[in-house]
Design a protein around this ligand. Structure first.
Ligand code: MG
Ligand code: MG
Length: 260
């Protein structure tokens, strides 16, 4: 079931989103060669708590045998998402790093993140990051009344594949609200032919709030999860990027809730 939010609830989610954006800004400011992924996590957690919010990732999901142990996921190069911060993991010149966090504020969650270069990066890595950001922008542009979740997915996939990159299929965007993961799922691709009958597309409605998070690789779209139960990597070791905003569907332009 999809929980539509009232205007008041969307305002609270906007406040949660500003806190996420503040954490991103603090994280961005310290990213450089020699910094550990644990240091990024410390800055993110401190910023979220300073604003009176709770870092949603800590202990998520509840009742799991392997709850996530930190406020931030930090994923480097061929790591796609869900990297666990560590004091032993040091950023190197030329890496690209994805930083994801969520904040729960007054009972509502906002979820967002970005990928950036560490020091000087290759033109190929820079182009990949820009394709990821553009894919997210295109997805958001399609989050308007009259469209369905399928239209967002197809718009993202079409753009990314035209750039010669692949779209990861095993992870999707998702509804956000009182929980970090609600219905609907919002994929970044859509199956062709008969398979698409098994997929449910949801017409967009005013008050829907969801996270869009295109995940893109320079190689095959296949992923695997490391033995730490969390870190998702590209199976072929290819460079990948990911970027995310929580948005709200309105009767006009979509509202991006995780902007500053
Ligand atoms: Mg996220
Ligand atoms: Mg998310």
């Amino acid at each position: 079931m999809i929980h539509l939010k009232t205007a008041e609830e969307i305002l609270i989610m906007r406040a949660a989103g500003r806190i996420v954006a503040a954490a991103h800004a603090e994280a961005r400011a310290i990213v450089k060669p020699g910094i550990t992924t644990a240091q990024i996590d410390e800055v993110v957690e401190r910023t979220i708590r300073k604003h009176g919010a709770i870092p949603t990732f800590i202990g998520y999901p509840p009742n799991s045998p392997h709850p996530f142990p930190a406020a931030t996921t930090v994923s480097i190069n061929h790591e796609l998402v869900h990297g666990i911060p560590s004091p032993h993991r040091v950023l190197q010149e030329g890496d690209i790093v994805s930083i994801d966090c969520a904040a729960t504020y007054k009972g509502f969650v906002a979820d967002g993140g970005f990928t950036m270069g560490v020091g000087k990066i290759s033109p190929e890595a820079q182009r990949l990051i820009e394709i990821g950001e553009e894919a997210l922008r295109i997805g958001i542009q399609h989050a308007v009344l009259g469209n369905e979740t399928r239209d967002i997915a197809i718009a993202i996939q079409t753009y990314v594949e035209r750039q010669g990159c692949s779209v990861i299929r095993e992870y999707t965007g998702h509804g956000v609200g009182r929980s970090m993961h609600e219905e609907p799922q919002v994929p970044n691709w859509w199956p062709r032919g008969r398979k698409q009958r098994a997929w449910r597309s949801y017409p967009l409605q005013v008050g829907m709030t969801f996270a869009l998070e295109p995940m893109i690789s320079l190689g095959s779209p296949k992923t695997r999860v490391l033995d730490d139960h969390w870190t998702v990597v590209m199976a072929d070791g290819a460079l990948c990027t990911w970027t995310e905003h929580t948005i709200a569907v309105t009767d006009g332009e979509p509202l991006i809730l995780t902007l500053p």
